[in-house]
Design a protein around this ligand. Structure first.
Ligand code: PHE
Length: 340
């Protein structure tokens, strides 16, 4: 019996030596150490021995059990290591291979257009001033001479955040913010930023778009200053031959209010698809700052006057590059964006 135990130990250890992977290891464990394994069977058969033989046999068998268990653990650990090494080696990264090139990005077409606009106005002495996208009803409407229920509010469909808070529908509320911060000094600023309107999205209108507001407040500022500024702007952006046309218009926060057009850059006024055969392209709404708005900003309208305008940003880019759908600006399609 003792010989058998000894023999089993040798056999099991030799078999373990030959085990090359974890499946074979489990198989080995089942064969020798599990409940149905050879060694366990042998331990169970202790009852068949005579009383005198039992202790020696039990001791020997237990010793072998402990030895096999230890050998099993050691083998399992060694296999784990070699399998891990094999896996790492097979999936190894060849650090000497050249990398995939990452192309340089570039500025979004809107950002490029904005920067052109900043540069032109900077040369005319306008500073860039930022104001928030999320505004109060009072800033967006009330202080711009549109009290609650004023019918002119219908010109701007709005995304409301709460009763009194909304996404600004235009950059004009920034006028109040600059005036309140700068008074009693003269002002010459542009206020670029995103505006939002609750509108049906079409090729010509988005629910988000950029505007650049312009504001000049000083002594003796007149309509001719406004027209001169807009003419100069159009000429610097679109070419020195540009002509400007002024139409009368209405905004609650300017008096008088105007709309400025320039001759179509494609047909030079002859009439074409881009200008819808009118020869003219609308560039902005503008006017002389309304006395009530000056007052709301902290300036005495008896002493101060000013002009304001609100330029679109996507529209000029659309004209310049002949883009026929405003939705492309926010579509994140690289095939479109890479062209500019
Ligand atoms: N805020 C006006 C709009 O969004 C444009 C505007 C700005 C008109 C400044 C006059 C003066 O339509």
């Amino acid at each position: 019996m003792l010989d058998q135990v000894k023999q089993l130990e040798e056999e099991a250890l030799a078999a373990l030596e030959a085990v090359e992977h974890s499946e074979a290891l489990s198989e080995w464990n089942r064969r020798y150490l599990s409940k149905k394994g050879t060694l366990t069977q042998m331990l169970h058969s202790v009852g068949q021995l005579s009383k005198e033989d039992r202790p020696a046999f039990g001791q020997a068998a237990n010793k072998v059990k402990v030895a096999l268990e230890a050998a099993y653990e050691a083998r399992a650990e060694a296999l784990r290591r070699s399998e891990m090494t094999r896996e790492l080696e097979s999936g190894a990264v060849d650090v000497t291979l050249p990398g995939r090139p990452v192309g340089p990005g570039h500025l979004h077409i809107t950002t490029q257009t904005l920067r052109q606009i900043y540069a032109i106005f900077a040369e005319m002495g306008f500073q860039v001033y930022e104001s928030p996208d999320v505004e109060t009803d009072e800033m967006n409407f009330g202080l711009l001479n549109m009290p609650p229920h004023h019918p002119a509010r219908d010109m701007w469909d709005t995304f409301w955040i709460s009763d009194q808070v909304l996404l600004r529908t235009h950059t004009s509320p920034g006028q109040i913010r600059v005036m309140r911060e700068r008074h009693p000094d003269p002002i010459r600023v542009i206020l670029p930023g995103k505006c939002y309107r609750y509108e049906q999205i079409t090729a010509r209108s988005e629910h988000q778009f950029y505007q650049v507001e312009g504001l000049a407040v000083g002594h003796g500022i007149r309509m001719t200053d406004l027209i001169g500024t807009l003419t100069e702007f159009a000429r610097r952006l679109y070419g020195p031959e540009r002509r400007i046309r002024i139409r009368s218009s209405y905004f609650p926060f300017t008096e008088p209010s105007i709309e400025a057009d320039m001759d179509c850059i494609l047909c030079r006024g002859e009439g074409c698809r881009v200008c819808r055969h009118s020869g003219w392209l609308e560039i902005c709404g503008a006017g002389m700052v309304h006395p009530v708005v000056l007052q709301n900003g902290g300036y005495n309208p008896e002493e101060w006057s000013g002009f304001a305008f609100g330029l679109g940003v996507e529209r000029p880019a659309m004209l310049k590059y002949d883009i026929d759908d405003i939705r492309l600006f926010y579509g994140n399609d690289l095939r479109f964006l890479r062209q500019f």
